[in-house]
Structures are given as C-alpha cells and as structure tokens.
Ligand binder design. Structure first.
Ligand code: NAI
Length: 259
C-alpha cells in the first residue's frame, strides 16, 4: 500500500530569517532551525552578539550567516532581506521575534516615548519585515510567518500598557494577514510565550520567579527558550499547511487558570 501521508515534517533546506536572534528565544529558535537542517539568517542589534550565535551554530555543524539589523529601520530591513536572498537563494520562513519592554504608569513623564518605541519594535516592525519578505515568501510556495506575541496579548499586567497593547496588536495583525496571505499559500501564526528564562526576564530575582510560577503556572516553573522554539519551528513545517491565523500559548498553562 502506498504511504497514506505526504506532508513533510522537515524544514531542511528552507531559509529562515529570525529577528532578535542574539538572545533568549530568538537564539534558541535560530539554533533549532539549524539543528533541523534549515539555513538561518541570524539578525539582531549588536554585531558581536550576532556573530557569537552564528559561530555557535556553524560550530555545531549548522548553516548560519549574521546581519546587524534594527527592525525599526525599514531601509535596513529591506537591504538585509535582499542580502539574505542573495546569499541563500530564497526566503521561506520569517520569525518576528525581536522585542523589548518599557513599563510605567500612563501619566509618567516618559510614558509616550516608551509607548511609541514599544509599539514600533514589538508591533510595527513585524509589518516592516513582512513587507520586505513578502515577494520571496510568495515565491517559496510554502511561506511561513511566525510572530512572537505574549500572554500579555490576551491578559494584562498593571503598568505595562504599551507592551500589552503591542502584543494584543500582534495577535490581531496575525489574524488579519492570515486572511490576506492565505491565497499565496503563506501561513501566518503567532506564539504566545508565558514566563520564559531569557534576557528580558533575567533581572527578575529567582525567588520572585519561583513564587510567580507556583502561584500562576500549572506546570509550576518558568519555561526555557527552547520550549518556545519547538512550537515556532513546528508551525513552520511544510506539513503545517492548513494551520493559519492561530495563536498558540506556550505558557505552562498560565492562560487556562481561572481561579
Ligand atoms: P531577549 O531580551 O533575550 O531577546 C530579545 C532580543 O530582541 C534581544 O537580543 C534584543 O537585542 C532584540 N531587539 C530588541 N530591540 C530590537 C530592535 N529594535 N531590532 C532588532 N532586535 C531587537 O528577550 P526574549 O524574551 O527572548 O524576547 C523574545 C520575544 O519574546 C520578544 O518579542 C518578547 O516580547 C517575547 N516574550 C518574552 C517573554 C519572556 O518571558 N521572556 C514572554 C512573552 C513574550
């Protein structure tokens, strides 16, 4: 009997662009794609940190190249996407991971500046990279976009309104672009990490992390960056051809808790 299933569960040979890939979840995602045989464009703000991740990946037998890239700079995004395609020959997968947080009360002195910067990095930048990559993703035939949202895209934390607004926006943007890009065979999904051990949460004392996790997370611990990367890569498999517009929590169960 011929095989019943045809969908490929491999990203080998695909080209992937990961933003904010020098740290945390972006770094773990770049590594996992490379471990699975993809060619990885590692991008982030600081050249030395980018090169360190590229060296790690290539040293482990993967294929990676690095670019310094600020995702708030449209001209730079356009140029880097062009260079990635020139080097690797294609662009099949885009992971919008770069992010920052700047909290504070709504009437604080730096609130508006922080809000605009947060929206720019955490939401508008996703549109910049998607616009730059779109023609190449269309050509791929199996184009995949994964946007990294947050559990702050479904709930909210006091004094974090810029980030909360941006992450709610990421979920809306994901749905709207899934509607728009489906006809090109491009899927657009987002991942909602819960509390994860990365650069962003490194300043939270261990005791506070443990207390929070015991109180709020059914799995009773912070997550590791690789646990989020596993979901991101899974959403990019050729076999994930009928999944689009979804928003997948990777949060140890945080969002299901009702009491
Ligand atoms: P991280 O701080 O370890 O990594 C974020 C990376 O984004 C850094 O390398 C940083 O240089 C880069 N970045 C910041 N601004 C940039 C810009 N303008 N252009 C290019 N790169 C820029 O933090 P983490 O946690 O790995 O963050 C990854 C994503 O996960 C972010 O979108 C964040 O909002 C999201 N997230 C994180 C959670 C956590 O608990 N750590 C929870 C939910 C979502």
């Amino acid at each position: 009997m011929p095989k019943l299933t045809n969908g490929s569960r491999s990203v080998a040979g695909k080209t992937v662009l990961v933003t904010g890939a020098a740290s945390g979840m972006g770094r773990a995602t770049a590594h996992l794609f490379a471990d699975e045989g993809a060619m990885v464009a590692v991008t982030d703000l600081v050249a030395g940190a980018v090169q360190a991740v590229v060296d790690e990946i290539n040293g482990a037998g993967g294929v990676a190249r690095g670019w310094t890239l600020d995702v708030t700079d449209q001209a730079a995004v356009d140029r880097v996407v062009g260079e990635i395609v020139a080097v690797f020959g294609s662009l099949d997968i885009l992971v919008n991971n770069a992010g920052m947080v700047a909290g504070g009360p709504v009437d604080g002195p730096s609130y508006l500046d922080d809000l605009l910067r947060t929206l720019d990095v955490d939401l508008i930048a996703h549109v910049r990279t998607i616009r730059a990559a779109l023609a190449h993703l269309k050509r791929s035939g199996e184009g995949r976009i994964v946007n990294i949202a947050s559990t702050e895209g479904s709930g909210a934390t006091k004094y974090n309104s810029g980030y909360v607004a941006a992450k709610h926006g990421v979920i809306g943007l994901t749905r709207a672009l899934a509607m728009e890009l489906g006809e090109f065979g491009i899927t657009v999904n987002c991942v909602q990490p819960g509390p994860i051990r990365t650069g962003m949460t490194a300043g939270i004392p261990e005791e506070a992390k443990t207390k929070f996790a015991r109180r709020r997370v059914p799995l009773r611990r912070y997550g590791e960056p690789e646990e989020v990367a596993q979901m991101t890569v899974s959403l990019c498999l050729p076999a994930m051809s009928y999944v689009t517009g979804v928003n997948v929590p990777v949060d140890g169960g945080l969002l299901i808790q009702n009491t």
